[in-house]
Write a protein that binds this ligand. Sequence first.
Ligand SMILES: C[S@@+](CC[C@H](N)C(=O)[O-])C[C@H]1O[C@@H](n2cnc3c(N)ncnc32)[C@H](O)[C@@H]1O
Length: 246
Amino acid sequence: MDNKKEWFSEWFDSPYYHMLYRNRDYSEAEFFLSNLIHYFNAQKDRKIIDLACGKGRHAIYLNSLGYNVTGVDLAAHSIQEANQSANENLHFEVQDLRNLRYKEEFDIALNLFTSFGYFKSKEEDILVIKNINKILKPGGFVLIDFMNSEVVIQKLIEHESKHICDIQFNISKHVENDFIVKQISFSDNKIDYEFTEKVQALTIEDFEQMLTSEGFNMIKIFGNYALEDFKRGTSERLIIVAQKNV
Ligand SMILES: C[S@@+](CC[C@H](N)C(=O)[O-])C[C@H]1O[C@@H](n2cnc3c(N)ncnc32)[C@H](O)[C@@H]1O
C-alpha cells in the first residue's frame, strides 16, 4: 500500500457519499435481511459480523431481531454514527477488511451492497477472503452481495446529473481495465469537489475461484434482494452464499 489515500477511505467517509446514496436506506436493508434470515433459518444464538457495515443499517436491524452483531468499517465517521445504536449485543469498530482482528468467532459473515473489489490488486481481494475464513467458525457462512457487473456494464449510463439536497451531482461512468469507474463532481458552498469510485468488474467465476481456493464451498447464488435465482444476463445483483469447510 502506498501512502496516498485510497479512494474508498475518503469517498465513503464523506457526507456527500451518504447524500448521493440516500435511497439505499433502512427499508431496503430490512427487506433483504428478513428474506435472508428466513433463508438461513438462523437461530438467535448465531453471531453475525457485517464487514464494511457503513453506518450499520443492516447490523442495527439484525440486532433488533435479537442477534449478536458486530459491524466493522474503515470509515471512522460512519462507525461513530453507528455506535450511537451500540448495545451489549451490537458492537461497531473501525477495522480494515485486510486486517481483521478476530479468530473463529462468527457463524455468519456478511459483506453487503458492493463492499468488495475496491483494491488495485487481486492479492488484496484474496487477503479479504482469507480473513473472512479466519474469523468464521468451521462450517460458518459468508454472504457477499455484489453488483452483477455484466448487467451494470450493459446498462452503463455514460453521463447523468442528480439534484439532491440542493447539490447538482454530475456523474460519468466508464469501464477501464476491468474496473467500473464512476466520476462524481459537484460544487457545494462554492467549493468544487471530485470523487472517483473504482470497482473491479468481478464475475461469478472470479468469486467462485477465490472462495473455493480459500477453503469455502459455494452454496447458493441469488440475483436480487427478493432472493430470486441469479440469471447472468438480467439479474441486478450477484449474491453469493458460501460455507467454510469444516
Ligand atoms: C457501498 S458502501 C456499503 C456500506 C454498507 N454495507 C451499506 O450497505 O450501507 C461500502 C463500504 O465499504 C467500506 N470499506 C471500503 N473499503 C474498506 C476496507 N478496506 N475495510 C473496511 N471497510 C471498507 C466503506 O467505508 C463503505 O462504508
